[in-house]
Design a protein around this ligand. Structure first.
Ligand SMILES: [Fe+2]
Length: 221
């Protein structure tokens, strides 16, 4: 899907959520943040414009695909569609207004660029001829306006507009699973036992970022 379709899908899914404060939250997202245009990361997955939105939709797709798997049946049976939408689409809201564009110099071995370059600009190393080029990249904004962490930051931003249920708080807070600091492992394990949807969202996040997404693109499922 292209970027415009991704925005439409995100808005369509969020429009199905019937909860007080949802419109204020949506207005905040579209008017006060760069959520629709931000990358999903600086280097790892979907480090490109619109990456965060694409990643959020990918996590939604991965999460709802678990509904039909026998082992998850009990967990998803009691789960409303709107909870799944909220957890997946908003889990990384903490990344809105979090990255800025900057520039870096890097080597390029592109033969077309080398053929078109001035001889004095062509260098050589063990990999062959190269040029230095300046490329755009994303980096974390050192001046984060809401420095509250990651999953906890998403929860707190959402709760500023719309009340979350406890299982949604758990899933969003712990969606990084065992990538969190070791000191949190006990709480994460306990949250997963009490609210197995925590594990489902953690898995869906990993499936999206590791199986569907690379630095600049995403596969469709
Ligand atoms: Fe994520």
């Amino acid at each position: 899907m292209n970027h415009k379709e991704n925005i439409q899908r995100f808005q369509y899914l969020m429009n199905t959520v019937q909860r007080e404060g949802k419109y204020e939250l949506m207005r905040y997202i579209s008017e006060k943040t760069d959520f629709y245009f931000a990358p999903a990361s600086t280097n790892f997955h979907l480090a490109c414009e619109g990456g965060l939105l694409q990643h959020s939709l990918n996590v939604y797709n991965c999460l709802v695909s678990k509904k039909n798997i026998a082992i998850w049946k009990k967990v998803f049976d009691g789960m409303s569609d709107e909870s799944l939408i909220i957890m997946s689409l908003l889990h990384d809201l903490c990344k809105a207004n979090f990255y800025i564009k900057s520039y870096k110099n890097q080597k390029t071995y592109d033969s077309n660029k080398i053929a078109a370059a001035q001889k004095r600009d062509i260098k050589h190393d063990e990999l062959g001829d190269y040029l230095w080029e300046t490329v755009e990249r994303y980096q974390i904004n050192d001046d984060d306006q809401i420095p509250l962490g990651h999953g906890e930051k998403s929860c707190l931003i959402i709760q500023g507009f719309m009340k979350l249920r406890m299982n949604e708080v758990m899933a969003i807070r712990w969606h990084m699973g065992f990538s969190e600091d070791k000191s949190q492992y006990y709480a994460i394990g306990s949250a997963m036992e009490k609210y197995p949807i925590v594990l489902a969202l953690y898995e869906a996040d990993l499936e999206a970022s590791k199986l569907l997404e690379d630095v600049f693109g995403s596969k469709e499922i």
